[in-house]
Design a protein around this ligand. Structure first.
Ligand code: 3PG
Ligand code: MN
Ligand code: MN
Length: 621
């Protein structure tokens, strides 16, 4: 991943009309979409005078862009956006096929697909009801055979969808990564660790199903799956259905003589899937459950674990405590030991990098691993091309190269990027094409503000927005940088908690932060670009096909914790912007990828010819 450097022309042509050396603030409001005003639109409900003023200001300098589906490289326009694809598009200026996000839901949706978000939500909600009321024999999730059929269909239908293609064609089993894993099948256990849902943001159930089947066909005799329950990219409460589907598949494998079981698990936000080193305790809990076979909760089955933990600890899917599955004698069914093979089946990097380090690095001081088994470990993808982590992987990641950051730095633009820990990699790693580190340490400074850890962000909805804004302000006022880029996490991180009151506070905090940055831009005669990576806080309720809020059996509103399909705003302005600069009318379907060329223009450069077109033009006044 990342830019390869040498040989490729990095010199940008001067923009014929726009000056260089202006300070440009690029502000990404995470999870800030545009939706109709109502009580579940937390952005509307919040006091957001700064963002309101941008919308109500110069009409040619505020517009919406698409932040989901094909606009960000996802297979269909029923796919919600996410931070990875959003920041990739914003930073790279081109739409990369992010083919890993096809979901089983999409197949269900093909009959009714009309781009209406209400359809998506209502189908999910209807399925949730099914999940809650039917037993493990339900057809709520389909079997591995059906998943395989669909995967084959998809290959014809979609281009270069990396993991899907590798699974459908069988190439995944011919690659170096799988061969390395395969070496342990004779004597060891094959472990799979990852997020169990069809959310399609970090992983996908049907890919796991195919990989399990394929591994057995290639000689795996003993399999243990370590599951992380979701409730964040999918509805809370759906994990039970996913576990039941997986259990059904494992029963079938056992009938074929494979010793296959779920061995451990926990909720994704509390166990294993931390990111950007915000809280190593999360990964430690995962290590103890998955590797050591130790956890505070022990069950005979994962279905029982999810049911009981939800009931008895009151935890939702995202925050289920760690558990292990044990034999009658209380011994764990599947700790990871010398000679075993391990695959982390998430394709998205940010929340797997930390576990990958724990599984791979001989020298490791983040927590006491107690034992460091000698295993063969591979990621579904290589998660960090710069670190070459993990060194073995099943599918090669897409090469996102020649990102706007690399071009701009090469052309003398000094860049400052900042966010708090939970989003720090979004404006650095994702922005730069899933590449960690600087392009040029002399020209760039990346500042990470430590996030609160060990809390859900509805408890501290203001998060570090003000601190991020103050760092950005200082970076602007010191005049050392041409681009000052931030991510303000509030709308997204608090929106994922499903807490409407807190999300309203979060949106106000993000708006306050934007004001601090715009005030600084005003002082230095600079330019601002304010946008978002995808929707979240602007719609917090599940809706039926008519767009009406859905109620659960008790008559309560069903809360939507996931992202949305809504477009996001882009606003430009500031005293440094020439009076004739305005959004052009000939990019009506513009998406996030058009922002990179726009920003390059505002720095005084033409974008490379293969970038998505700029959103702006300069009218002669
Ligand atoms: O990892 C997460 O928090 C969610 O799955 C997706 O949110 P993000 O794409 O905004 O990071
Ligand atoms: Mn995001
Ligand atoms: Mn999010």
């Amino acid at each position: 991943m990342g830019s390869s450097g040498g040989g490729i022309e990095r010199k940008l042509a001067d923009h014929p009309k726009l000056p260089k050396d202006k300070t440009v603030a690029v502000v990404v409001l995470d999870g800030w979409g545009e939706a109709s005003p109502n009580q579940y639109n937390c952005i509307h409900a919040a006091d957001t005078p700064t963002m309101d003023s941008l919308k109500k200001g110069v009409p040619e300098r505020w517009r919406l862009v698409r932040a989901h589906g094909t606009a960000v490289g996802l297979p269909t326009d029923d796919d919600m956006g996410n931070s990875e694809v959003g920041h990739n598009a914003l930073g790279a200026g081109r739409i990369y096929a992010q083919g890993h996000t096809r979901t089983l839901w999409d197949h269900n949706k093909t009959e009714t697909r009309d781009g209406d978000k209400g359809d998506q939500n209502s189908e999910k909600a209807e399925a949730l009801e099914v999940a809650q009321t039917q037993d493990a024999k339900t057809d709520f999730r389909r079997s591995v055979d059906e998943a395989e059929e669909d995967s084959e269909e998809e290959t014809d239908e979609l281009e270069a969808k990396l993991v899907d293609n590798a699974l459908a064609s069988g190439k995944i089993y011919e690659g170096e990564g799988f061969k390395y894993i395969n070496e342990c099948f004779e004597a060891g256990t094959f472990h799979l660790i990852g997020l169990l849902s069809d959310g399609g943001v970090h992983s996908r159930l049907d890919q796991l199903q195919l990989l399990l089947k394929g591994a057995c066909e290639h000689g795996a005799k003993r399999i243990r799956v370590h599951i992380l329950t979701d409730g964040r990219d999918v509805l809370d409460g759906t994990s039970l259905g996913f576990v039941q589907t997986l259990e059904n598949d494992l029963v079938k494998l056992r009938e074929k003589g494979v010793d296959a079981q779920i061995a451990s698990g926990g909720g994704r936000m509390y166990v294993t899937m931390d990111r950007y080193e915000n809280d190593w305790n999360v990964v430690k809990r995962g290590w103890e459950a998955h590797v050591l076979g130790e956890a505070p909760y022990k069950f005979r089955s994962a279905v029982e674990a999810v049911k009981k933990l939800r009931e008895e600890t009151n935890a939702d899917d995202q925050y289920l405590p760690p558990f292990v599955i044990v034999h009658d004698n209380g011994k764990p069914v599947g700790p990871i030991v010398d000679g075993d093979a391990v695959v982390t089946f998430n394709f998205r990097a940010d929340r797997m990098v930390m576990l990958a380090k724990a599984l791979e690095y001989e020298d490791f001081d983040k927590f006491d691993r107690v034992r460091f088994p000698k295993i063969h470990y591979a990621g579904m993808l290589q998660y960090d091309g710069e670190l070459k982590l993990p060194s073995h992987y099943l599918v090669s990641p897409p090469e996102i190269e020649r990102t706007s950051g690399e071009y701009l730095v090469h052309n003398g633009v000094r860049i400052f990027a900042c966010s708090e820990t939970v989003k720090f990699g979004h404006v650095t790693f994702f922005w730069n094409g899933n590449r960690s580190g600087y392009f040029n340490r002399e020209m760039e400074e990346y500042v990470e503000i430590p996030s609160d850890s060990g809390i859900t962000f509805n408890v501290q909805p203001k998060m570090k927005a003000l601190e991020i804004a103050e760092k950005a302000r200082d970076a602007i006022l010191c005049r050392k940088f041409h681009q000052v880029r931030v991510n303000l996490p509030n709308g997204d991180m608090v929106g994922h908690t499903g807490d409407i009151e807190a999300t309203i506070v979060a949106c106000k905090a993000a708006d306050d932060a934007v004001k601090v940055i715009l005030d600084a831009i005003e002082q230095v005669g600079g330019i601002y670009v304010v946008t978002a990576d995808h929707g979240n806080a602007e719609d917090m309720v599940k809706r039926n096909k008519r767009g009406e809020p859905l109620l659960d059996k008790n008559g309560n509103i069903q809360i939507l914790t996931s992202h949305t399909l809504h477009p996001v705003p882009v606003a430009i302005g500031g005293p440094g912007l020439l009076p004739g600069v305005r959004f052009c009318k000939d990019v009506p379907d513009g998406g996030l990828a058009n922002v990179a060329a726009t920003v390059m223009n505002l720095h005084g450069f033409e974008a490379p010819s293969d970038y998505e077109p700029t959103l702006i033009e300069v009218a002669d006044n």
